[in-house]
Write a protein that binds this ligand. Structure first.
Ligand code: URA
Length: 241
């Protein structure tokens, strides 16, 4: 159980500044267990106390976990002077301080980005020692030969970097764009990893989309740019190895 100052609780859970939280308290908009409280320093027991703002109960969440279907042109950062970030495009209802993307997709890569304010959880998902698989759909310019398949399976040396084995599956040819579609599962998250793997074989990546992190697939009901909070069972799936 956490013990938290009431003004801190209000600012973190309602995504408002500490000043606005204090204003809310002064306006007598806040009750704890049905009794009006005006002091920001009130010590709250997050497991037992019920906080209401203007008559509506506020659920306490220590951390938040968000699935974003990243569109093209958006960068996987918290702030950027040139481009919109994955945090900028979240709906206001999901925004709170301390959010960051747990792992990066390139600006022109689409799909599943996990956003959270839980650093330890993100570290677990990202830590190279945990080898959490990430699944992508990739469109490339030409068909992968059987020798090249072998390189993906064995792991490849690019420059002086050794890439761990990746699983590659042919999904089909797109007759319109004349590209070849594969599912690829990697267990590392190196810079431009998939583009470099195919690039090293002279086979440029045309499109790249992340469709799963670990056992948790991208929710296909999310349109590009849309996001939702993870459910308990989503979080369990993410933790399943
Ligand atoms: N590999 C890449 O090359 N780019 C990404 O965005 C993710 C994996």
């Amino acid at each position: 159980m956490a013990i938290l100052r009431l003004d801190k609780f209000l600012s973190s859970q309602l995504n408002i500044s500490r000043t606005d939280a204090k204003k809310l308290l002064r306006q007598k908009g806040v009750t704890v267990n049905g009794k009006s409280v005006v002091k920001g320093e009130f010590q709250l027991q997050t497991d037992n106390d019920v906080v209401s703002v203007n008559g509506k109960a506020v659920e306490y969440k220590e951390y938040i976990y968000i699935m974003l279907n990243k569109p093209k042109g958006v960068v996987s950062a918290t702030e950027d002077s040139d481009d919109a970030t994955v945090i900028d495009i979240l709906p206001e209802s999901l925004k709170r301080s301390g959010l960051f993307p747990a792992g990066r997709l390139d600006k022109n890569t689409t799909g599943f980005v996990l956003i959270t304010d839980n650093g330890a959880f993100a570290h677990d998902i990202l830590s190279p020692s945990h080898h959490v698989p990430k699944t992508y759909i990739v469109d490339v310019e030409r068909e992968v030969s059987s020798d090249e398949f072998g390189l993906f399976e064995k792991g490849m040396l690019i420059g002086d970097e050794l890439f761990k084995p990746a699983k590659l599956k042919f999904l089909g040819k797109n007759e319109v764009s004349n590209t070849f579609r594969y599912e690829i599962i990697i267990v590392e998250g190196r810079y431009h990893q998939i583009k470099r793997m195919f690039g090293s074989m002279g086979n440029p990546v045309v499109e790249l989309e992340r469709i799963a992190i670990g056992k948790l697939p991208l929710d296909r009901s999310l349109l590009p740019g849309e996001a939702r909070e993870l459910t308990e069972s989503d979080i369990d799936l993410l933790k399943t190895r």
